[in-house]
Write a protein that binds this ligand. Sequence first.
Ligand code: PLP
Length: 410
Amino acid sequence: MTRYTDAIDASLQRLHDEGRYRTFIDIARSQGQFPHAVWTRPDGSKKDITVWCGNDYLGMGQHPEVLGAMHAALDATGAGSGGTRNISGTTVWHKALEAEIADLHGKEAALVFTSAYIANDATLSTLRTIFPGLIIYSDALNHASMIEGVRRGGGEKRIFRHNDVAHLRELLAKDDPAAPKLIAFESIYSMDGDFGPIKEICDLAQEFDALTYLDEVHAVGMYGPRGAGVAERDGQMHRVDIINGTLAKAYGVFGGYVAASARMVDAVRSYAPGFIFTTSLPPAVAAGAAASVRFLKGTGGQALRTRHQTQATILKTRLKAMGLPIIDHGSHIVPVHVGNPVHCKMLSDMLLEDHGIYVQPINFPTVPRGTERLRFTPSPVHGPQEIDRLVRAMDALWSHCALNRAEQVA
Ligand code: PLP
């Protein structure tokens, strides 16, 4: 037995040695109070904190319309769905949610999965079955769920340099023109907050007769006139063959999906083990997600999107004015470059303990070594007071730790 326990200890020690052992911060959100929450320390004592690293980007996790829909469905139907989609787990709530999503993206159909991770993994790995000989061209910084889906599906893959359309063209041109092809990429890369070149990639896809697969996980709800994402904002949505999104970030609930043609969705639905062999979402979750998508399509959503962008701009402007190394690509995500896992963790610990500000350190493998960072996610519910407190705390800590200023990271 000892050789197994020794191996476990050694694997954990490696993470400690590198300063990237992950600790969970135990928080309790209180409905209506977000971004305020209560942190329970390991010794059981409690502290009031402000959450600055959540992906409930618009505060929809506490929106009355979402909660109302969830309560109504829960009271009407009970807790779980009690089955896989194929065996008694398809309900009116699942169908309504899929119709809402298909309409959002202007596609014929949508398919809901347990999460966007599973949607990416299950869909990308299954496309190889549907299109024998498929070559997948994948952006070098694609999310782990896409990498996993591409890898598990087997077959040919080409990795193009991040957002490098010239490199992608080179790779496409080298392959057999007759081979089926798919380009997989994201609209917003969540760790730097930079945008994918959607139009240019759709142009290339058209030229080389390739399909496009776009992960809009960090954009849905937040960009475009109805919150369908960056492709909607840029007038490119109709050119993307498969759109992936989450219901767990800006929509504030849980679950993930793909939206595409009815034929494509039918094929994925019929072949993807990650869709077929697992229990469907609880109906109350589906009802809450549908209410959130519906709400964010309308004028209420537009107001939240505008306020969201304003808050992000204010925070970036103020942190930049102090000379902090912000990574700014014009999106709602505000990463501050630290560049060292130990410093990053130390800053995060001090922010939490001394200032009641919770921002999780982002270390390898989520980002490359040497690019460790604090990633702030302002939202419409982070008011001027919260922003003030954060800016003052960052100023004090940067001085205290004698960290570099005025290093602007593009
Ligand atoms: N795609 C991207 C780009 C992500 O960043 C994430 C999660 O952080 C996912 C997919 C998975 O989303 P979900 O949390 O719904 O599984």
